[in-house]
Design a protein around this ligand. Sequence first.
Ligand code: S3P
Length: 164
Amino acid sequence: MKIILTGFMGAGKTSTGKALAQKIGWPYIEMDEEVLLASGRQSIREIFQKDGETRFRELEIKVARRLMRRDKVVIATGGGVVMNRIILDYLKERGKVFFLDADFRVIKKRLSGDKTRPLFQNCKEAKALYQFRLPLYRQYADYCIDANGTAQEASREIRRKLKL
Ligand code: S3P
């Protein structure tokens, strides 16, 4: 079994994933890092600029397929994995999905000034994307976790649900 964290940009997937992995002693894997390695580019921004979002999504699918057989790992996904059903289908085969549910208001505060996320450069567009994706995160989730607080709180909540 593996633990998969989903949620919008700024929901705290990375910080919660790291805190959780450390606590339970499982390796932590960040899909964005794996995608970056597979792309040969220097940054996520560069992939979007030079190769386009479609290429980025293709790489996400490839990475998910490779991670499918892994067990006892904590995986932080990119916020857009819900755009391609196959990604979570791969990961869910041997995993539980935890949706880190943070309010847009909180996310906006956390990401103010962020230049690394191509899809969070315009607040109005980001909000529309958030609203579009919200039902998808809920649909794919095995558990919804309140992510408006700290990473430690969200991590504790996940451990409580899994009795870990
Ligand atoms: C994306 C989220 C990012 C990254 C890419 C696209 C998205 O990951 O995968 O910029 O479509 O929401 P984080 O959710 O870790 O910021």
